[in-house]
Design a protein around this ligand. Structure first.
Ligand code: AMP
Ligand code: MG
Length: 354
């Protein structure tokens, strides 16, 4: 955390800091109208905030969400036994699989977004992700994989266009296809979680999965306010107020990585080269749907400082901030108008192409 005094300069950041402090101190409800709870799923802490919901209903909703997230995590896991692993095995062995309705819909939406991203968000490169050692709860140890093995997998070029979903039937036309929905499933799960909350009558809430979140409604008289993590130091890079129903997702090279001989190898792979995408440090997207924001943050991270506006347009994303490896901040004007930076960035590169 930067010194609190710094954060207190701006009212928005001040409120945010108070929220963080309150969370860190596990503050009791007292007169705080926000019910908070958390549980572990998708490899991260899921933080729930409900505004002005009576405790019994909030607890019931929280339990229902924990159950749903635990199930989705198991079903859609990239490398542990579950429904997705079965789909992967059938596609590899027989070129076709029968999914359950949830997984068929999940795969279909992942494929749609992948095509819109020109395959930069590529949910079928599971073998590459595994080769880099990221199919493990522990960070991998160096050295990186042999170039020859990476090249072989890249040449097999599995893409979403190789998979066709018809009802529950999933057919694959490339034996190298392996679904890894690590860049997408969390967002998709959050959208389902928000739907569940609405069905339970909760209309002012945030579901926050390790900084990636969707907020609905408001924090009473004011909008929900959230912080975007600084990719290179502890604390907040910028704060933003959410519209009544909005998601904020960030893909960063700091989330899962290892270092070998002074080089950082992180978990976001450029499907074209087979290597971690190296021009970007973090990519943040604001969009109504969490699933789209999640896929887009990954895609724009891979697209990098030159190509992100074109891919964002194709994905229908209107707010983007990207930090490149030189620390420059790339944004479109609509995004800049919404962000309150903790300290004025050295270099901002504005894109009028979005
Ligand atoms: P995210 O943090 O949402 O950007 O997701 C990163 C995770 O998605 C990685 O840990 C991999 O499991 C997987 N992944 C890595 N590179 C890609 C890519 N280019 N497209 C789709 N998924 C990817
Ligand atoms: Mg993502």
């Amino acid at each position: 955390m930067p010194p609190l005094a710094l954060l207190y300069r701006h009212p928005l950041l001040r409120a945010l800091t108070l929220t963080l402090t309150c969370l860190l101190a596990a503050c009791s409800r007292g007169d705080d109208p926000v019910y908070r709870d958390q549980f572990f799923a998708f490899g991260t802490l899921i933080d729930l905030s409900f505004y002005d919901v009576e405790t019994a209903r909030a607890e019931q909703a929280s339990q229902a969400l924990e159950q749903a997230f635990t199930q989705m995590h198991t079903d859609w896991h990239a490398w542990q036994p579950g429904a997705l692993q079965q789909v992967n095995a059938r596609l590899a062995e027989q070129g076709q699989a029968t999914g359950d309705p949830a997984i068929a819909a999940l795969i279909q939406e992942a494929n749609r977004l992948s095509l819109l991203s020109n395959g930069l968000f590529n949910p079928v490169i599971g073998r590459l992700v595994a080769l880099w050692g990221f199919h493990s709860d522990e960070p991998p140890q160096g050295p990186p994989p042999a170039g020859e093995r990476i090249r072989q997998l890249v040449e097999q070029a599995p893409t979403s266009a190789d998979v066709h979903v018809d009802g529950l039937q999933i057919s694959g036309h490339n034996p190298a296809v392996r679904y890894d929905l690590g860049a997408f499933a969390k967002g998709y799960a959050i959208d389902r979680g928000i739907q569940q909350l609405r069905e339970l009558g909760i209309t002012n809430a945030i579901i926050n999965a390790g900084g990636d979140l969707r907020g609905i409604g408001r924090h009473g008289e004011r909008p929900w306010r959230i912080g975007i993590r600084d990719p290179r130091k502890p604390g907040v890079l910028a704060a933003v107020e959410l519209a009544a129903d909005e998601s904020v997702f960030t893909s960063g090279d700091y989330e899962r990585f290892y270092e070998y001989e002074g080089q950082r190898y992180h978990h976001i792979i450029d499907p074209r080269s087979g290597y971690p995408a190296s021009a970007t440090v973090s990519a943040t997207v604001i969009h109504p749907l969490a699933a789209t924001a999640d896929a887009a943050a990954t895609a724009l991270f891979v697209a990098g400082p030159d190509d992100w506006p074109a891919i964002a347009r194709q994905l229908g994303v209107g707010y983007v901030m990207l930090v490149d490896r030189e620390g420059r901040i790339h944004m479109n004007p609509a995004m800049k108008a919404r962000l309150v930076f903790e300290s004025e960035p050295d270099t901002i590169v504005m894109s009028d192409a979005l």
